[in-house]
Design a binder for this molecule. Structure first.
Ligand code: HEM
Length: 453
């Protein structure tokens, strides 16, 4: 049997220079194993006019333009060696279940995840999302597909999107374009609209930075198995055709209310606003985590990620249990648990403004291999649950950043770092700063599936 005919083991992480990467990367779309890393991105939501012209558009126009993982790596290598100016456009394409149905794709070629098949709207209650009537109008629609087009330059992106739209106009009934724009702090790190560095902690399915010794891994090793995101594409050709479920959610941020909450918490506890905010997020604005430096300083460690909570398991007096990063990753073992997944979000709505009440936020995107036991579990059973993760101060309240829903137990904060008795329990959890405006579950299929569609 030819080596190419053997399916690679997804229960491992790989180096991008490995044989395994070569075998899977030509048929796998980019952005899944590593981020497209361009600060300007258009998310083009598509409703096709008819199945035949949609198939023709995908086969004759789109497939050749999609950035495979192999192409993404080649582009990134060329940029590193100075052979490229880094202005190449990145494109990927994903179908919703409505899209699979509309194109009348064979059942045995359609992805099987039940959340994907039922769509995000069916999970409104489970996720405590706003009623669909309150979603942004465009997201109340049932889109067939989403295309991500991104470039470092906003001007080049605009030109590319207008060219693509000309082609798309021949085959669509309707379209909606959501623009994302990365924002950065003075150190050049990506931040979200509350002002915190984001995208620090991720499972690394590609181990390059770890193998090169660029990441310290004593207390936390972010190596993530391929099967945190990859699944076999039932419509793909050959044993190494993989795809991934793409979760898309537009999350609007009320920056003014969040900043006020930080301030009030600081006044109540007589601590600095910086420390109050850090207890809500689990990291200071520049990324410094509340663990492990004692006492943590916002200027000390920036993007450091080599920590776990073993010195803070029962009370959370160093990093409160309701803080966003503690709710979403308990670091019980020193590698990512099976719930973790790559996040690929980008901010929208312009530059940082301390007074914005709406119209700015995060286009949250993530790739999962099982939506129910990853994204949905993290959002509903962890972030929205007041009793999680437990400990002597349970209930711990909802996630201070993304928690949604009825609050029957307030969050727990600490006046002094590591001092269990300096505890303050909020009567009602701080929250409501993030409003979901709509979203959908998609599947990002293999290129061989799209070629033969
Ligand atoms: C980490 C902000 C939505 C899951 C972070 C960090 C920030 C942040 C500032 C710390 C940086 C880092 O460690 O990478 C936000 C904001 C959101 C949002 C402002 C909404 C507007 C979400 C959602 C989820 C999520 C919806 C999943 C349901 C995570 C995870 C981490 C994280 C897993 C890494 C935790 C760790 O490994 O330490 N987020 N986030 N976030 N966020 Fe979010």
């Amino acid at each position: 049997m030819n080596k190419q005919d053997i399916m690679i083991d997804l229960n491992q992480s790989i180096n991008s220079n490995s044989e395994e990467f070569k075998r899977l990367s030509f048929d796998l779309q980019g952005n899944i194993l590593s981020p497209h890393a361009r600060d300007n991105a258009a998310h083009i939501f598509i409703e096709f006019k008819n199945p035949q012209s949609a198939r023709k558009f995908i086969k004759d126009y789109l497939v050749a333009r999609i950035t495979s993982s192999a192409k993404q790596k080649a582009d990134s290598d060329a940029f590193k060696t100075g052979e490229s100016n880094g202005l190449r456009t990145f494109i990927n394409f994903s179908f919703s279940m409505n899209g699979y149905r509309f194109l009348d794709i064979d059942e045995h070629k359609t992805p099987t995840d039940s959340s994907f098949r039922n769509g995000m709207k069916s999970k409104q209650r489970n996720l405590n999302d706003p009623l669909i009537d309150f979603w942004q109008g465009e997201y109340q629609k049932d889109w067939h597909a989403v295309m991500i087009v991104s470039n470092k330059s906003s001007k080049i992106l605009r030109n590319r999107v207008s060219t693509i739209k000309k082609e798309l106009n021949k085959v669509i009934k309707s379209i909606y374009v959501e623009i994302g724009k990365g924002i950065r702090n003075n150190e050049g790190n990506h931040i979200e609209h509350f002002g915190y560095v984001d995208g620090i902690s991720q499972p690394h399915m590609l181990t390059d930075k770890i193998d090169d010794g660029k990441i310290s891994i004593v207390n936390w090793n972010p190596k993530g198995r391929l099967n945190l995101a990859l699944v076999e594409d039932p419509g793909g050709e050959g044993p190494n055709s993989f795809g991934s479920y793409l979760i898309f959610r537009k999350l609007d941020q009320n920056v003014k209310a969040f900043r006020l909450a930080e301030q009030k918490l600081a006044e109540k506890m007589q601590i600095s606003v910086d420390y109050a905010g850090a207890q809500m997020v689990g990291r200071y604005r520049n990324g410094t985590p509340l663990i492990p430096i004692s006492p943590p300083q916002p200027t000390s460690a920036g993007k450091m990620n080599d920590f776990n909570y073993s010195s803070d398991r029962t009370t959370g007096s160093k990093c409160p249990f309701g803080s966003h990063i503690r709710k979403t990753n308990q670091r019980n073992s020193i590698i990512p648990d099976g719930v973790q997944f790559p996040r690929r979000g980008i901010t929208y709505g312009g530059n940082l403004s301390k007074n914005a009440e709406s119209g700015v936020g995060l286009l949250f995107m993530a790739y999962n291999s099982n939506i129910g036991s990853q994204f949905e579990l993290m959002q509903s059973s962890w972030a929205n649950s007041t009793g999680f993760p437990g400990g002597v101060n349970s209930p711990n309240g909802i996630d201070s950043i993304i928690g949604q829903g009825n609050d029957t137990g307030g969050q727990v904060y600490f006046k002094e770092w590591g001092n269990d008795s300096s505890v303050l329990r909020e009567d009602k959890s701080l929250g409501g700063f993030v409003t979901m405006k709509g979203g959908e579950y998609f599947f990002t299929p293999s290129l061989s599936f799209l070629k033969n569609i």
